[in-house]
Design a protein around this ligand. Structure first.
Ligand SMILES: Cc1ncc(COP(=O)(O)O)c(C=O)c1O
Length: 346
């Protein structure tokens, strides 16, 4: 089975497992796990932040960041497609007692003008706008990279209006590898960044939240309250260190594979449109007469798995465990299933 449902389906490599086996560990609730401390410092250093916090998931790092940046009754601004809004179980309301204002556009990006238009005046009867969240790369946007200059303009606006600016960087390294950003220049735009180790980087678990020393001190407290204080989790952090050292540059392979999958896809009879992939996510639409699930079931019979991303929309994600050979096979399966006529009575 070629599993392209997500880049989270990967298994740890042999080298990663060896690094995990050798990890020195301690009780991280006491701050005594040397491998976790090393990962946190390494990730923070990369992006020019003072401190980092290792957490089990990207949902947790995002939700903690939102909680630390806001007070109950505040308002958060993000794009309508944002993971923090759509796929974190209503966590902004549930964990932070804050409301959300959405930027609605078809670019999957936020601009300073759009943010500015949604900032509430300082009035007793209005929610206090306190945080802006961006996402790079955009999951719903088919792995689209955020534009650096746009982020910079939003960052300047946030600083002048005293708003926090958080980056959901679940797939930040895909954007960095694709655009060649200077990591510290990129990091300097934000008050906090969440980076995921368990997506393209291929670890079994883990995300790191980056911020100032004071911010991470508060975040540590929030993590404990959410039940995310871990003990000898250095075996997991070791996978993260290994991934940062070994699995970043290779992301270009995943990007090439997504391009390869997308080539000529729009010529297949059942495909109505394709979002050209910028990184490792390929999104395309299929004949609405049958819908995405119909074709996904047929693809699965051939040995290819993807996910529905809307009634007629399919998402495929390339990753560490999908070789070039797998991708070439997947292309054949796509052609076999999507380049045929189907009778609507079948
Ligand atoms: C953009 C984005 N942010 C955050 C997350 C949350 O990560 P996790 O599944 O580790 O909670 C995901 C997960 O797919 C994601 O795509």
């Amino acid at each position: 089975m070629i599993d392209l449902r997500s880049d989270t389906v990967t298994k740890p490599t042999k080298g990663m497992m060896e690094a995990m086996m050798k990890a020195e560990v301690g009780d991280d609730v006491f701050g005594e796990d040397p491998t976790i401390n090393q990962l946190q410092e390494k990730a923070a250093d990369l992006f020019g932040f003072e401190a980092g916090l290792f957490c089990p998931s990207g949902t947790m790092t995002n939700q903690i960041a939102i909680q630390v940046h806001t007070k109950p009754g505040d308002e958060v601004i993000c794009h309508e497609s944002a993971h923090v809004y759509n796929y974190e179980g209503g966590g902004i309301g549930r964990n932070s007692f804050s409301s959300v204002k959405l930027i609605r556009n078809s670019t999957y990006q936020i601009s300073a003008d759009e943010v500015e238009a949604l900032i509430n005046d300082d009035q007793d009867w209005l929610a206090r706008t306190s945080l802006v969240v961006a996402e790079d790369t955009s999951n719903r946007g088919g792995g689209k990279c955020a534009d650096f200059e746009k982020l910079k303009a939003v960052s300047e606006l946030c600083r002048s209006r005293k708003l926090g600016f958080h980056m959901d960087g679940a797939r930040i390294f895909n954007s960095i590898v694709r655009n060649g950003h200077d990591l510290k220049a990129y990091g300097s735009l934000f008050d906090s960044i969440s980076i995921c180790l368990s997506k393209g980087l291929g670890t079994p678990i883990g995300s790191v939240l980056l911020g100032s020393t004071d911010f991470i001190k508060e975040a540590r407290r929030a993590r404990k309250v959410m039940g995310g204080g871990m003990r000898q989790a250095g075996i997991l952090a070791a996978a993260g260190i290994y991934a940062l050292d070994n699995h970043v540059d290779r992301l270009t392979e995943d990007h090439d594979h997504a391009q390869l999958l997308a080539e000529n896809l729009d010529e297949l009879k059942q495909v109505t449109s394709v979002i050209p992939p910028e990184t490792n996510i390929l999104i395309f639409d299929v004949n609405p007469e049958f819908g995405a699930q119909y074709f996904l079931d047929k693809l699965e019979e051939h040995g290819l798995r993807g996910v529905p991303f809307g009634p007629n929309r399919i998402r495929l994600v390339t990753h560490l465990d999908a070789s070039r050979e797998d991708i070439l096979k997947a292309k054949e399966f796509l052609k076999g299933v999507l380049d045929r006529d189907y009778s609507s009575t079948v």
